[in-house]
Design a protein around this ligand. Structure first.
Ligand code: SF4
Length: 234
């Protein structure tokens, strides 16, 4: 039977929650999961699809206690809970929230941009799976995130994951205007060399961008050398 931990018993501020997806099969590989969206992100990517979640001072849309009450009702029906955003690692309450969710018997997942490598290292013992954005080659990060030094943070986060043994996927969101396709290919090769096993390339479509898709040759080139490669169209 799952162990119950009372809300607040772990002594941290509760999460600021901006939304909840009650059931999904695509946000944690192989698991039926709920997704908790966390308010606030320090970066400002031009293609961000969740601009309403960026302001960390915005009021929460629901209380963490409501999320826990929902999860109590879903024990045995859902496999996992994924924390997404925004940037979950922005919030001091994340470690306690992960422990509370695990105590209810759920596997735990995290979607992160990797901007807080030390905080990521601290919560890895409480995680079963991580989806880490590797947005670009390190030198292109500051332009894409509008944040100097962001590339070094993300690649430090990747090193934490590689050292941890926790299952994870790297995800790269790309369109031809972000950086050249040849650099995307080179990024995939460098991830392979580092020891990454799962890479997902996600098609980035913005409302003002010309419709596009990868050619068959590009798809083949991207997948080369990977056992765990996924191409996600928008
Ligand atoms: S890191 Fe993610 S949530 Fe933050 S601005 Fe970039 S795309 Fe949006």
């Amino acid at each position: 039977m799952a162990r119950r931990i009372a809300l607040g018993a772990l002594g941290a501020a509760p999460l600021s929650v901006s939304g909840l997806t009650r059931m999904t099969s695509i946000d944690f590989p192989g698991q039926l999961a709920a997704v908790v969206f966390c308010q606030g992100c320090p970066w400002r990517c031009g293609y961000c699809h969740n601009p309403d979640l960026l302001d960390a001072t915005a009021p929460a849309a629901m209380a963490w206690g409501e999320v826990l009450a929902f999860l109590h009702q879903r024990q045995g029906l859902l496999d996992a809970v994924v924390f997404s955003g925004g940037e979950p690692l922005l919030q001091p309450g994340l470690p306690a929230a992960l422990q509370e969710v695990r105590a209810l018997g759920f596997a735990t997942g995290l979607h992160t941009g990797g901007m807080y490598p030390e905080r990521l290292a601290a919560v890895l013992p409480h995680l079963d799976w991580v989806g880490l954005d590797i947005k670009a080659p390190e030198g292109d990060y500051a332009r894409i995130t509008a944040t100097p030094g962001s590339g070094a943070k993300a690649f430090a986060g990747l090193q934490c994951l590689l050292a941890s043994g926790v299952d994870f996927e790297c995800r790269t969101t790309w369109h031809p205007g972000l950086f050249p396709f040849a650099d995307l290919l080179a990024l995939g090769r460098s991830l392979q060399t580092l020891g990454v096993r799962q890479w997902a390339v996600q098609q980035c479509r913005t409302p003002d961008a010309v419709a596009w898709c990868w050619t068959a040759g590009q798809q083949e080139a991207l997948a080369q050398g990977w056992h765990g490669f996924t191409l996600r169209t928008a």
